[in-house]
Design a protein around this ligand. Structure first.
Ligand SMILES: NC(=O)c1ccc[n+]([C@@H]2O[C@H](COP(=O)([O-])OP(=O)(O)OC[C@H]3O[C@@H](n4cnc5c(N)ncnc54)[C@H](OP(=O)(O)O)[C@@H]3O)[C@@H](O)[C@H]2O)c1
Length: 283
């Protein structure tokens, strides 16, 4: 397939470039080549590339930053998806897009299924939900993947933040009252390849298996990296007074993905070891 990957220099986009290039002809575009908030730009890049699928890995992903900049956040995460879907209309192009566990309020207590009611707590979550709705309303053919707690080779994320602080010898305080599923972009990219290869469309939840709190995640990062001399203290979210509220429990049910592709992603602990190994941080 001829695939256009948008946001290809970002954390997920760069991994998608590597993975999808194995079996497909891929082209990448990022903010230096187009602006997803500009409908004319979206039409131009789609017409220039004439792909069979467009994978949108752009995003305004600073969750706390979105609270103070709702206009830009909605322009990128919501309106941008509409412009892209409209640019692809009438051309038979599959539009692939990523959303988040933050579209849920975290009160369900069992893993969220694709059809569960949404209820975002933050501007970021609301903008991502609006993007989902634009995609569903305007794309002729779409694949919408909700995922969570991403980390990967090319990005600023929790794993590297924890390693950096630990190497500086700082003690860590990490919240233990938010539960989710850390997900390695490399595994997510492989899952997306399976969905595309199987010709699947619609909404899917895809994360690494298992669940933990950010505190448990931090403890495992240090353990697998062989850093034993740093204390990690569990704290409650209200101690941090962050601008954006996060769901307390946002585990996604991967049953629909398993039914479609016959596979589950690795447990998050295995994925984390794999990431640390590949980035040279595993002891
Ligand atoms: N990170 C997570 O934990 C997570 C969880 C669930 C879902 N997601 C979703 O997964 C997708 C990818 O996330 P990510 O963490 O890989 O994001 P990322 O690393 O921030 O990459 C996003 C890319 O999009 C570019 N971009 C931003 N605004 C743009 C615009 N107006 N036009 C064109 N390109 C633009 C960014 O450029 P700049 O860097 O120059 O801004 C960057 O290269 C997003 O849709 C996100 O909402 C992420």
């Amino acid at each position: 397939m001829k695939i256009l990957i948008l946001g290809h220099k970002g954390m997920l986009g760069s991994e998608l470039m590597l993975r999808l290039a194995i079996a497909h002809e891929v082209t990448g575009k990022d903010i230096d080549a187009f602006d997803i908030t500009d409908p004319a730009d979206c039409l131009r890049i789609v017409e220039e590339c004439a792909p069979e699928a467009v994978v949108n890995a752009t995003g305004y992903t600073n969750v706390d930053g979105c609270e103070a900049d709702a206009e830009r956040c909605f322009a990128v995460n919501a309106e941008g998806v509409k412009h892209l879907a409209l640019a692809c209309r009438g051309k038979g192009i599959l539009v692939v897009h990523f959303s988040t566990d933050y579209v849920f309020d975290g009160k369900k207590g069992t893993p969220y299924r694709e059809e569960d009611p949404t209820g975002p707590l933050s501007v970021y979550g609301a903008s991502k939900l609006a993007g989902e709705q634009f995609l569903q309303a305007f794309a002729e053919r779409y694949l919408l993947v909700r995922t969570a707690w991403l980390y990967g080779k090319n990005g600023h994320h929790f794993v590297e933040a924890i390693l950096k602080k630990a190497k500086e010898g700082q003690g860590l305080e990490v919240v233990d009252d938010q539960i989710g599923s850390p997900t390695y972009t490399r595994d997510l990219a492989a899952a997306l390849e399976l969905l595309i290869a199987g010709g699947h469309t619609g909404l899917f939840h895809v994360t690494n298996r298992g669940r933990c709190s950010w505190y448990e995640f931090a403890v495992k990062i240090l353990q697998y990296a062989g850093i034993g001399d740093v204390t990690v203290t569990p704290i409650k979210s209200d101690r941090l007074s962050r601008p954006a509220a996060r769901p307390a429990w946002s585990v996604l049910d991967g049953g629909k993905f398993f039914a479609a592709c016959g596979k589950t992603l690795p447990y998050w602990q295995i994925a984390l070891q794999d990431y640390l190994e590949r980035t040279g941080s595993r002891r």
